[in-house]
Design a protein around this ligand. Structure first.
Ligand SMILES: Cc1cc2nc3c(=O)[nH]c(=O)nc-3n(C[C@H](O)[C@H](O)[C@H](O)COP(=O)(O)OP(=O)(O)OC[C@H]3O[C@@H](n4cnc5c(N)ncnc54)[C@H](O)[C@@H]3O)c2cc1C
Length: 351
């Protein structure tokens, strides 16, 4: 493991409030079109509880309706001090340019010492902007927190090495990988936390310098790839998009509500499936209970997206394929004969 110290030149002194509040953490809640992301939030709360002081405030954004429903969801979680709200019709989508300004003002005003966002598209877009505005080095993709938040473990070289880093910044800005932190779970209790409107929301949300245009989302009945219990992935060997129907058959058998379809970059680049199915270094990171790699060679860029899966099952006709080095179960054979057989056996086992 490498050790590395991030340095930042400090315009920071001017960014800190006169009386820096000691050791408190601001956690960013995330939603998509109003649907609260419990998975990323529960993991961020766990990460926050591992920091030097578990005093946790939460930041939510959205329009009136979505803020209301998100606050109701957050009230089900234990151990929160206060909820800071950025409410505006223009913030229904995660327009991070405005959110970075609003939250940076809040961080300065309240004197938070730790800021935690999920390592999702939202958090990855937001945290570096906050870092830029406050002259801090965001520490991204944290997979482990050590020494009460003094040291952080994060992957480097496409996940082939882990690096332990610390920072001399007074405010620690992190993105954390949800799959590496057990989630704090919501309960049926309503904690009724106090809420407070963040300052200057209208000013930044109404700025004409940028605008969220639209969400383009592939609608699917299947489980969401990054949170699915099972993932069945296909590689170049599938040869065509039509042949992915064999993976869909397996997903049907396992239950589409808990199973998602993934793909290697080679399959995506060949146009077999849309690119939101891509798993790996430049795709999504998954950590299901069982990952099926079908006709995937096991290139490091793919493996970096699947290595936290609990069980990896590989089907490949080449017994020397690198995927077998990390697979818990390997089946050497032609996928076009193996998959239908596997599906029949799974059907029999789940009947
Ligand atoms: C900067 C960078 C980023 C990248 N990011 C990613 C990423 O995010 N995700 C990703 O996946 N890749 C990524 N790649 C690409 C990666 O290096 C590999 O090229 C890619 O993962 C290979 O995909 P594949 O395993 O489907 O294809 P191949 O490597 O061609 O493997 C196909 C496999 O199928 C097997 N096979 C063939 N026919 C059959 C059959 N009938 N039955 C069973 N098995 C069969 C073969 O033995 C082989 O092992 C990236 C590369 C770079 C340089």
């Amino acid at each position: 493991k490498n050790k590395m110290m991030f340095k930042s030149t400090s315009r920071l002194a001017s960014a800190l409030p006169a009386a820096q509040r000691s050791f408190s953490t601001l956690v960013f809640a995330e939603h998509f079109e109003g649907a609260f992301n419990h998975s990323s939030f529960g993991s961020c709360l766990t990460a926050a509880n591992q920091m030097n002081d578990p005093s946790v405030d939460v930041f939510v954004h959205g329009n009136e309706e979505s803020v209301k429903s998100q606050v109701a969801e957050i009230n089900k979680y234990p151990g929160i001090n206060k909820i800071h709200v950025a409410q505006h019709a223009n913030l229904h989508n995660p327009y991070t340019k405005a959110l970075a300004f609003i939250s940076s003002e809040l961080i300065k005003k309240e004197g938070f010492s730790n800021v935690i966002a999920p390592a999702t598209g939202f958090g990855k877009d937001l945290a570096p902007r906050i870092g830029g505005l406050l002259d801090l080095q965001a520490i991204t993709d944290v997979v482990e927190i050590k020494e009460d938040g003094e040291k952080f473990v994060r992957p480097i070289y496409a996940g082939n090495a882990l690096c332990t880093v610390s920072t001399i910044d007074k405010i620690k800005v992190l993105t954390v990988r949800a799959t590496n932190f057990d989630k704090v779970l919501p309960s049926d209790n309503d904690h009724g936390y106090s809420t407070e409107a963040a300052a200057d929301v209208d000013k930044y949300a109404e700025s004409t310098k940028g605008k969220w245009l639209e969400n383009i989302v592939e609608k699917s009945e299947m489980a969401e790839l990054t949170t699915a219990k099972y993932v069945v992935s296909g590689g170049r060997a599938l040869k065509s998009g039509e042949n992915f129907s064999m993976l869909h058959d397996i997903a049907e058998t396992l239950g589409t509500h808990q199973c998602a379809i993934g793909a290697s970059r080679a399959a995506v680049d060949a146009g077999m499936v849309p690119n939101e199915l891509q798993i790996g270094q430049t795709g999504k990171i998954v950590a299901p209970d069982i990952y099926f790699a079908v006709g995937i060679s096991g290139a490091i860029q793919h493996v970096s997206g699947i290595k936290d899966s609990k069980v990896i099952v590989a089907i490949n006709k080449d017994e020397d394929a690198p995927i077998f080095k990390i697979a818990n179960y390997g089946l050497v054979g032609d996928l076009f004969t193996v998959l239908p057989e596997l599906n029949d056996k799974l059907k029999a086992a789940t009947a």
